[in-house]
Write a protein that binds this ligand. Structure first.
Ligand SMILES: Nc1ncnc2c1ncn2[C@@H]1O[C@H](COP(=O)(O)OP(=O)(O)OP(=O)(O)O)[C@@H](O)[C@H]1O
Ligand SMILES: [Mg+2]
Length: 396
């Protein structure tokens, strides 16, 4: 078994004792200073022991937690200043061991031997699935419609909460950068939005995007639309692409409430998506436009996995589901019942109906949809992640 020892610090921090001790045991220590490269390395290598040295620019415990969720196969050792050592906190953050800045040769050797033992033990366990399989891939889902008012934002926020209930780390990106109201639907008052993220671009660092997110009690994080409509002007399609790239480093699902008018930003939100949820309320113009929109995307080489969601299915005078499928050429993936009272109350109170009325038919459908989306893109990774985490805990 070929163990890889990785040392991450975003400065050229010293780690002489560690390096010497590893050398004595015939290991070379690889240094990484860029977080992007670290993510890339962890994705591609399975027998990694990662030592993270605490720094002032990032919170070492938070980084450890993020890495342990995203790359549960990695054995993490936190190297912290003596006054910051907190073994319990480290373990809660998914780390397997800690070192102090002042740790002497014996302590360093002991930690290395423990990591070696653990990795060998794990390697010899026949029933541990391939560690590569454990990397939880993230998914970008863009919720789209060709018409306003079909229920896109209500579905997005309720789906987000449903996905968070399934254990996903969910980010919602408000793709309507002019009049987006995702934050309002969740009764959030964002201090920072995508506008500030773009404006403060020069000073930004890796993972900084989390500081611009507004957190909801359900665990969902929102990258809100600018507080004023005219601020949208500074936000480009490139910014949207970069924001999604950053979100993918932290979250397992990124839901985009995409605007209904064609724009560069709208198209970028589609281009970045792994799949599209296309909403229609089933009236003829909306269904026809949907077909037109899909053809336009195809002509732009933006063909994506597309799922059709029919909202308010009991509304009179709409095209029935069969006809909608015929016109669009797509099967109906989910059909949401008309429940005006609970949708309106939920919007007015800023409380998702899956929280306030989990047993109502609409909530049940949306929760079912979130389960369907998760099971579609997840080949049992979550269970495996938990299993490995348990093994880590047991080995301590
Ligand atoms: N399942 C539903 N049953 C009944 N009414 C619904 C349902 N879903 C949405 N609505 C109604 O549609 C209205 C618009 O919902 P929502 O704001 O989510 O749509 P939207 O597509 O995001 O609109 P916009 O284009 O303004 O962003 C709501 O006020 C609500 O009354
Ligand atoms: Mg909306």
């Amino acid at each position: 078994m070929d163990l890889q020892w990785l040392f991450y610090s975003d400065t050229n921090a010293k780690a002489e004792i560690l390096e010497e001790t590893l050398l004595k045991r015939q290991y070379a220590m690889k240094r990484i200073t860029y977080l992007e490269r670290l993510f890339d390395y962890l994705k591609k290598n399975s027998q990694v022991i990662l030592i993270i040295k605490a720094n002032t620019v990032y919170n070492v415990y938070q980084l450890s937690e993020e890495l342990s969720v995203k790359y549960p196969h990695v054995y993490i050792i936190l190297m912290v200043p003596d006054n910051m050592e907190n073994v319990k906190k480290a373990m809660q953050a998914g780390a397997s061991n800690t070192l102090r800045f002042s740790s002497d040769k014996d302590e360093v050797r002991e930690v290395i031997v423990q990591a070696e033992k653990y990795m060998h033990h794990r390697f010899n366990q026949e029933d541990v699935p391939s560690m590569h399989m454990l990397t939880s891939d993230n998914r970008v889902i863009s919720v789209c419609s060709t018409k306003g008012g079909v229920g896109r934002t209500s579905l997005t926020v309720n789906l987000a909460v449903g996905l968070a209930k399934q254990g996903q780390r969910v980010a919602v990106l408000d793709g309507d950068v002019q009049f987006g109201d995702v934050a309002m639907y969740l009764d959030l008052k964002p201090k920072k939005t995508i506008y500030e993220w773009v404006k403060e671009g020069e000073a930004r660092k890796e993972l900084d995007i989390d500081k611009y997110m507004t957190k909801h009690d359900s665990g969902v994080s929102v990258l809100a639309a600018p507080s004023r409509p005219e601020f949208f002007e500074i936000i480009s399609a490139k910014d949207i692409r970069m924001a999604i790239e950053e979100l993918k480093k932290i979250y397992t699902v990124i839901l985009i409430d995409n605007s209904s008018y064609l724009s560069e930003i709208n198209l970028q939100c589609i281009e970045e998506a792994d799949e599209l949820l296309f909403m229609t309320n089933g009236d003829l113009p909306s269904v026809r436009n949907l077909k037109l929109y899909m053809d336009t995307l195809a002509s732009l080489n933006l063909t994506k996995e597309t799922r059709l969601i029919l909202n308010q299915k009991h509304k009179k005078s709409l095209v029935d589901g069969k006809k909608v499928s015929e016109i669009t050429g797509l099967p109906i993936y989910a059909s949401l019942p008309k429940q005006e009272n609970i949708v309106d109350a939920s919007i007015n109170e800023g409380l998702p109906y899956v929280v306030s009325h989990p047993r109502k038919p609409l909530s049940k459908e949306v929760l079912k949809l979130s389960g369907k989306l998760v099971s579609y893109g997840n080949s049992g990774d979550e269970k495996s992640i938990k299993k490995v985490k348990r093994r880590f805990a047991e080995a301590k």
